[in-house]
Design a protein around this ligand. Structure first.
Ligand code: AHR
Length: 353
């Protein structure tokens, strides 16, 4: 009898447990049918919803894997940018997969595809040129891998293909360069002949630094660009093209170089031609890397528009925010200054890159 009583007490307990479990389930179903305040908040704020998803899909002990496709190693600016990204990734504790495209778009596309295959958590890259990215960016989107642009923009109309673009305002840089020139030559009565060393053809900084500069200098009809050619952002090409400019043009008053490295190469050509850079030919450049600042402090470059390469910390913050599902601005603009020769002299001892 005792055994039967024990068994029936057990059966009742089991029945109670099954009932409670069933109620619990039907409670969840009810939530689905008629959202609780929490569920409807999540529906209204998809970013918050995906934050929860990414937090749970990223185990605490798993390192964030970041694939970064770099342009190349064409300039002092680029070396400083690479160092900043590598050091910041290490500080953030990320597993960084880094590739150098040697200034070729096809290499960058290959690198991005390989990051997609490896299922990295986030892809970041600095596009060599502006056009031709839609296909590979769609592939990343379909694979559910967020993309962050750093330094240079793409011209894709579909901005959902990337989460944000962190970097300088290159048009503004060109405008600052132009404004300095306009101010210097405001009283000029004759023609001022300008030669321009452009950055890599089709790249955002080359396109934008040219258009910003032109926008401003057209206010003074005396300012004339008499020759303009790419120097591919390198010292060697800057020297080579400047040599050709000097041979083809008797009177050059100003050189506008889209970066310091090309200006530094051009300075070698100007000196080899027996002329004084910064005096016989005024020089304006962009970047503000150590060697450029040094040349400016010596009076060989007259004006530098700063372009900040230290984008690593901002990139790592953006990666964490994207993975946490936070809403981040589609455009994050870097703040930058300018240097006259006097300012370069003062800045030189503390210039880190
Ligand atoms: O995209 C930034 C530009 O690229 C820098 O001004 C130049 O030096 C670099 O190579």
């Amino acid at each position: 009898m005792k055994r039967i009583a024990k068994l029936s007490t057990l059966s009742v307990l089991v029945l109670i447990m099954v009932f409670v479990a069933a109620c619990g389930k039907s409670g969840n179903n009810n939530n689905n049918a008629s959202p609780s305040p929490k569920a409807s908040e999540a529906a209204a704020a998809p970013a918050a919803e995906s934050a929860a998803a990414s937090e749970s899909s990223q185990p605490a002990d798993k390192k964030v894997v970041l694939g970064f496709a770099q342009v190349g190693a064409e300039s002092g600016w680029r070396s400083a940018n690479t160092k900043s990204i590598q050091e910041s990734a290490a500080t953030a504790g990320f597993d960084l997969k880094f590739s150098d495209a040697q200034q070729k778009q096809e290499n960058q596309i290959k690198a991005i595809r390989s990051y997609i295959q490896q299922k990295v958590d986030v892809i970041a890259f600095s596009p060599v040129v502006e056009s031709g990215w839609d296909t590979v960016l769609k592939e990343a989107k379909e694979a559910g891998i967020p993309v962050i642009l750093t330094d240079r923009a793409v011209d894709s109309e579909d901005t959902s293909l990337y989460k944000t673009f962190i970097g300088s305002d290159f048009v503004e840089e060109g405008r600052k360069a132009g404004q300095w020139l306009v101010d210097q030559y405001k009283d000029a009565s004759g023609e001022v002949n300008i030669v321009e060393l452009q950055g890599t053809t089709g790249s955002a900084p080359a396109n934008d630094r040219k258009s910003g500069f032109l926008d401003v200098i057209t206010s003074n009809p005396n300012l004339k660009i008499i020759a303009s050619q790419t120097g591919d952002f390198t010292r060697a090409k800057g020297k080579e093209v400047m040599q050709a400019f000097l041979q083809a043009n008797k009177k050059i008053d100003v050189l506008y170089a889209h970066n310091d490295d090309m200006a530094l190469g051009a300075i070698q050509a100007i000196e080899a031609a027996g002329l004084k850079p910064g005096v016989d030919i005024k020089i304006i450049s962009v970047d503000g890397v150590h060697d450029g600042i040094q040349a400016a402090s010596e009076g060989k470059i007259n004006f530098i528009v700063e372009c900040n390469p230290l984008l690593g910390p901002q990139l790592m913050t953006a990666v964490n925010d994207v993975l946490a599902g936070k809403d981040i601005p589609l455009r994050i603009v870097t703040e930058e200054g300018t240097f006259t020769s006097e300012q370069a002299l003062a800045a030189l001892p503390n210039r880190q890159y």
